[in-house]
Ligand binder design. Structure first.
Ligand SMILES: [Zn+2]
Length: 234
């Protein structure tokens, strides 16, 4: 049993090494190291000198197939050889990142690494799950079956809501979980974050585009909510 587990985890690392070695050799590198790194957010880093290169690849890629790892290797090598800002998010990588398996394999780990989340949708005053259901019932948002809703632990004043689209995790600042703040304020912030989850990951990161702003303003209390958020941020 132990033996097969060891082999299994060796297999993933070896697959990564192999993908990065085979592509790297074609790009003229001789000494190539590629390993998984436990970054909280999905990211990949590298450093190189002459013909040596070392990659730290997000360990959220551990469950990816050899083809996806190879595709990532091709993107990263071409990015660094052309020293370009070009995106690494090819259709192959995107379809892995947006897959059900990706969420199943990584969401719990991501939550574990997120230090400012209460890991609970029920706050002291408001329940984010209720707010989500109400938004859904009113037709503002679609079903988000994988979304995990959390209050933050710290009372963030400026960053009152954020989300990881890849991980389908939403965080709403606990500063809004108070009887002094009307329920529509946290519901509005939740609405904003759920719109992001619904729109999905965009490699160009233009999330707050005019169409997004238009939909955001469909929320009946958006003006009062914005006013509240402005006041709370001081
Ligand atoms: Zn936003």
């Amino acid at each position: 049993m132990l033996d097969s587990l060891n082999k299994c985890s060796y297999g993933v690392e070896a697959k990564l090494e192999e993908a990065f070695n085979s592509i790297g050799k074609k790009s003229g590198f001789v000494d190539i190291v590629a390993r998984f790194a436990p970054y909280k957010e999905f990211k990949n880093t590298w450093k190189y000198s002459n013909k040596s290169i070392q990659f730290n690849i997000s360990d959220y890629m551990k469950g990816a197939s050899y083809e996806v790892l190879e595709d990532l290797a091709i993107s990263l090598y071409s990015k660094l050889s052309e020293n370009s800002r070009k995106t690494i998010y090819t259709p192959t990588l995107l379809s892995w990142l947006k897959s059900k398996e990706f969420i199943e394999q990584n969401q719990a780990l991501y939550l574990h690494r997120s230090r400012n989340l209460s890991l609970d949708h029920q706050g002291e005053v408001y329940d984010l799950q209720d707010a989500y259901i109400s938004l859904k019932d009113q037709g503002f948002v679609d079903d988000c079956p994988d979304a995990v809703l959390n209050w933050t632990i710290r009372n963030n004043r400026r960053r009152v809501g954020y989300c990881s689209i890849l991980m389908q995790v939403v965080a709403i600042s606990s500063i809004l979980d108070s009887i002094a703040v009307p329920p529509y304020v946290s519901e509005y912030v939740l609405y904003h974050e759920l719109l992001h989850l619904q729109d999905g990951f965009r490699p160009d990161r233009r999330y707050h585009n005019p169409d997004f702003r238009r939909r955001e303003r469909l929320y009946p209390h958006w003006k009062e909510s914005e006013e509240w958020l402005r006041r709370l941020s001081y």
